[in-house]
Design a binder for this molecule. Structure first.
Ligand code: PLP
Length: 358
């Protein structure tokens, strides 16, 4: 089978080691003679998987015992509700920035539970830049932002100065893509299917001191972070398969290291952005200083060439390049596991397409 270059925005490319471990475990999990799909989540072999995945997150992000790590269900989207349910109390206000579709959805859900102050937005220019220079009110009960705007291709590289307001972040599409100071955050969440595993589980990291600040009202059991943390992601049946794949992906991330991962990701993004800027047929769609290293959005200057270019890409086994249905154009997702060689193949295709039009 010849290689397909996978530029999908999510579910997305995974390291080959995680795929191979999954194939093996589907037949015989950890020497049990049973498939991973048919073992008890309470078996000692599986409990070891959850324990290792949890510890790997802590090791990679250098987190101490003042943080709890859990793997939940409901996607990043359920976090949009759980966060305000747990921390946005009566009469309180939470601060948010609106930098894309996912941030907008987080805001929409938070409004169901309390007051929301949108302190900055880039909606005026179709989310093509990251707003800067805003202030976070000191009395906000938390500040929520999105590091990487998957659909638009913008990314926040500097951690906002929240002035003592608890910092909450959706890192679904760039977690583990570069080193960052995780100890600055009170809560981090990430749907696994972009950069750390398959669909079906969401990583949540909570500072224990923040956990103690939860609102006092009664919450449905499944929507209370305290319950999941006390039970080590095992209050109910977890996403057995998804967490297993995350564990193997996390092993690979730890082995590579976040510094080397960043260098890898920077090299891939530079290669593609340089070609977009050089090539007479293409143009990038977001502010240069806010360009994402994970999702590269661009268009053909002549819109009529778009479907032809996508067909050409398909013939070259370049997959997943169509932009999100809400923005159109092209989007190349360059998540951790994508190799530089795949980006080179895309750049070659862009050059050949340019020659064919000249
Ligand atoms: C994909 C994505 C989501 C939604 O994730 P689900 O797991 O599908 O709910 C939220 N935020 C960001 C930044 C995303 O990329």
């Amino acid at each position: 089978m010849s290689k397909v270059h996978n530029f999908s925005a999510g579910p997305a490319i995974l390291p080959q080691s995680a795929i191979q471990a999954s194939v093996d475990a589907l037949q015989n999990f950890a020497g049990t003679g049973l498939s991973l799909l048919e073992v008890s989540h309470r078996s000692k072999e599986y409990e070891a998987v959850v324990a290792e995945a949890t510890q790997l997150v802590k090791d990679i992000l250098k987190l101490g015992d003042d943080y709890a790590v859990v793997f939940l269900q409901g996607g990043a989207s359920l976090q949009f509700d759980m966060i305000p349910m747990n921390w946005l109390g009566e009469g309180q206000t939470a601060a948010y920035t609106n930098t894309g579709v996912w941030a907008s959805r987080a805001i929409k859900e938070a409004k169901l539970f309390g007051n929301v102050n949108v302190v900055a937005s880039s909606e005026d220019q179709n989310f093509s830049y990251i707003p800067k220079g805003y202030t976070i009110p000191a009395d906000a009960c938390y500040f929520h932002y999105t590091t990487n705007n998957t659909i638009y291709g913008t990314e926040v590289f500097d951690i906002p100065n929240a002035n003592g307001v608890p910092l909450v972040c959706d890192m679904s599409s760039d977690i583990f893509s570069r080193p960052f100071d995780a100890s600055k955050y009170d809560l981090i969440y990430a749907g696994a299917q972009k950069n750390m595993g398959p669909a079906g589980t969401t990583l949540v990291i909570v500072k224990k001191s923040f956990l103690e600040k939860r609102v006092s009202k009664k919450l449905p059991t499944m929507l209370d972070y305290g319950v999941h943390i006390e039970n080590g992601s095992m209050y109910n049946t977890p996403s057995v398969f998804a967490i297993f794949v995350c564990m193997h992906t996390l092993r690979w991330i730890k082995q590579v290291g976040l510094e080397a991962m960043e260098a890898r990701n920077k090299a891939k993004a530079d290669l593609l952005y340089n070609e977009i800027d050089r090539n007479s047929l293409f143009v990038g769609t977001v502010a240069k200083e806010d360009r994402s290293r994970m999702n590269v959005n661009f268009v053909l200057k002549n819109k009529e060439h778009e479907s032809e270019f996508l067909k050409y890409c398909e013939s070259k086994k370049l997959s997943g390049l169509k932009g999100h249905r809400s923005v159109g154009g092209l989007r190349a997702s360059l998540y951790n596991a994508l190799e530089l060689e795949s980006v080179q193949a895309l750049v070659d295709a862009m050059r050949e397409f340019e020659q064919s039009k000249s």
